[in-house]
Design a protein around this ligand. Structure first.
Ligand SMILES: Nc1ncnc2c1ncn2[C@@H]1O[C@H](COP(=O)(O)OP(=O)(O)O)[C@@H](O)[C@H]1O
Ligand SMILES: [Mg+2]
Length: 465
C-alpha cells in the first residue's frame, strides 16, 4: 500500500477559477432572502419561485452536510430556467464547496469508459478540506546580494532577513533568485517564503523604510516589521477534490494532467488507497469531507448502464448531492425499449426529489430580457422589448435572448445606440426559431438530403413538451 499520498497543496495553490461570460452570466445566486423566500427579482433571478425555494432548501441541507447520497431532478419544458437555477445554486454554495457541471452526453467519450467518466465527475464533486502545517520564512529584507556567473546561467546570492528580534542570512540558489526577482523584492520589503514550495509573497514595505523612497506608487502598503523568529510554522487550510488527489497521485499522469484536462482512466486500486488515506486523515482530525454537488444537465441522454451505476454510486459513503435536469415527459430510457417518466428508470426516480419548472409569465419574460440587456450592455427601446417578449412567448425564452445581441449588431450598423423594433424584426427574419425551421424543412422535403429514420422517428423528434 502506498504510504505517501500527496494532497497537492503546493501544486494546486495557484490555480485560479476563470469567469465565463455566457448565456447564464447574469445569474449571481438564487435570489432568496434569509428565510429562503424567493425575492421577485434578485441576483439576476426572476420568477420560478417554487423551484428556487426548493433549490434553496436543498442547498441549506448541503451546507449543513446532511444530504450526501441524495439526488434531485429539475423537470420542465426547455427554457424554463433549469440550468439557470442549478448555476444559481453553485453561486450560493461558496468557493469551498465543489460544484461540478456536466452535460450527460459528455459521458460518452472515446477516451474513457462511461462509468469512469461518471466516477471522475462524482469525485470532482467531493471536497477534502485539509489542514497542513508548513514552514515559512517571514521578515523584512535587509539586504539582497546576487552574484551572476560569467555566462549568466547560474546565479548565487545571499539574502539577509530580519524580524524585530533577530536577523538571519540565507544562501540563495537560481530558483529562489528568480522567484524573488519576479516579485521585485528589494531591501525594505516585508516578505514571506513558503519553504516547501519556494513561493515568495510580498506582504508590503516596512514602516521603518517609509521615508527612504519618494518614488513609490500610491498603492504601496506599509506593514510592521514582523516579530519573533524568522522561521515559523503556520497552519494552512486548503480544499481539494478527491479527483484532484486521484490525478496528482496517479503515477502515469501527475498533476500537470489537471491543467490539460486529459486525465485518462484512473486505477481503482489507487482510488481505494486514497479513500483509505483520507479516512485516516479524518480520524486524525487532519481532514474534513465536504460533500459538494454534481449537476448532470440533459440527464435523459444517459443510458441504462449509467443510470444503474449512478444508483449504486449514490449509496456510497463518499457521494455528493446529484442534481439532474431533464426536459422530457414520457421518454424512452436509452439502451432499453422502455418508456419512463423524464427518461429515467423508475428505481432511480424513486430516490429522487423532483422539482418542476413551468413556463414564465409575460411580465417575468420582460424582466429577464431587461436583465440580459443590462448584462450585454444593450440599450433596448420600449417597443423592441415588447416585440422580444412576444417572440419569447411564442417560441422559447432562449431564442428571444439570442436575438438581443444579434439585433444590436444590426443597430450598430445603422450607427444607432439603441435597438429598435425594426432591428429585432430583421434578425427575426434572419434567424429561424425551431418551429419555423422545422416548417421550412418540411416544405423543402425532397430537395435536402434526408436521412431515413424509420421506427425511431417519434422518439427523436424535437421535444418541446
Ligand atoms: N428565472 C430566471 N431568471 C433569470 N434568467 C433566467 C431564468 N430562467 C431562465 N433564465 C435564462 O433564460 C435562458 C434559458 O434558461 P435555461 O436555464 O437555459 O433553461 P433550461 O435549462 O430549462 O432549458 C438562460 O439564458 C437563462 O439564464
Ligand atoms: Mg438547460
Amino acid at each position: 500500500m502506498a504510504a505517501t499520498i500527496s494532497t497537492g497543496a503546493t501544486e494546486l495553490r495557484d490555480i485560479t477559477k476563470m469567469e465565463r461570460i455566457g448565456a447564464h452570466s447574469h445569474i449571481r445566486g438564487l435570489g432568496l432572502d434569509d428565510r429562503l423566500e424567493p425575492r421577485t427579482s434578485s441576483q439576476g433571478m426572476v420568477g420560478q419561485a417554487k423551484a428556487r425555494k426548493a433549490a434553496g432548501m436543498i442547498l441549506k441541507m448541503v451546507q449543513e452536510g446532511r444530504i450526501a447520497g441524495r439526488a434531485m431532478l429539475f423537470a420542465g419544458p426547455p427554457s424554463t430556467g433549469k440550468t439557470a437555477i442549478a448555476l444559481g445554486m453553485a453561486q450560493t454554495l461558496g468557493a469551498d464547496v465543489p460544484f461540478t457541471m456536466i452535460a450527460a452526453s459528455e459521458v460518452f467519450s472515446l477516451s474513457m469508459s462511461k462509468t469512469e467518466a461518471l466516477t471522475q465527475a462524482l469525485r470532482r464533486s467531493i471536497g477534502v478540506r485539509i489542514k497542513e502545517e508548513t514552514e515559512i520564512i517571514e521578515g523584512e529584507v535587509v539586504e539582497m546580494q546576487i552574484d551572476r556567473s560569467l555566462t549568466g546561467a547560474t546565479k548565487t546570492g545571499k539574502l539577509t532577513i530580519k524580524t524585530t528580534d533577530m536577523e538571519t542570512v540565507y544562501e540563495l540558489g537560481t530558483k529562489m533568485i528568480d522567484a524573488l526577482s519576479k516579485e521585485k523584492v528589494t531591501a525594505g520589503d516585508v516578505i514571506a517564503i513558503d519553504k516547501t514550495s519556494g513561493k515568495v509573497s510580498k506582504l508590503g514595505r516596512s514602516f521603518a523604510r517609509s521615508r527612504d523612497y519618494d518614488a513609490m506608487g500610491a498603492d504601496t502598503r506599509f506593514v510592521q516589521c514582523p516579530e519573533g523568529e524568522v522561521q515559523k510554522r503556520k497552519e494552512v487550510v486548503h480544499t481539494v477534490s478527491l479527483h484532484e488527489i486521484d490525478v496528482i497521485n496517479s503515477r502515469t499522469q501527475g498533476f500537470l494532467a489537471l491543467f490539460a484536462g486529459d486525465t485518462g482512466e484512473i486505477k481503482p486500486e489507487l482510488r481505494d488507497q486514497i479513500n483509505t488515506k483520507v479516512a485516516e486523515w479524518r480520524e486524525e482530525g487532519k481532514a474534513e469531507i465536504i460533500p459538494g454537488v454534481l449537476f448532470i444537465d440533459e440527464v435523459h441522454m444517459l443510458d441504462i448502464e449509467c443510470f444503474s451505476f449512478l444508483n449504486r454510486a449514490l449509496e456510497n459513503e463518499l457521494s455528493p448531492l446529484v442534481i439532474m435536469a431533464s426536459n422530457r415527459g414520457m421518454a424512452r430510457i436509452r439502451g432499453t425499449k422502455f418508456r419512463s417518466p423524464h427518461g429515467l428508470p423508475v428505481d432511480l426516480l424513486d430516490r429522487v426529489l423532483i422539482v418542476s419548472t413551468s413556463p414564465y409569465s409575460e411580465d417575468e419574460i420582460a424582466q429577464i430580457i431587461k436583465i440580459r440587456c443590462e448584462e450585454e450592455d444593450v440599450n433596448l427601446a420600449e417597443g423592441a422589448l415588447m416585440v422580444l417578449t412576444k417572440i419569447a412567448g411564442d417560441n422559447t425564452l432562449r431564442y428571444a435572448l439570442n436575438l438581443i445581441s444579434t439585433a444590436q449588431v444590426i443597430a450598430r450598423k445603422r450607427k444607432s445606440a439603441q435597438v429598435e423594433v425594426d432591428d429585432v424584426r430583421k434578425v427575426y427574419g434572419y434567424f429561424m426559431d425551431e418551429k419555423r425551421s422545422v416548417q421550412w424543412l418540411k416544405e423543402q422535403q425532397g430537395q435536402l438530403v434526408f436521412e431515413e429514420i424509420g421506427g425511431e422517428a417519434r422518439e427523436d423528434a424535437m421535444d418541446t413538451s
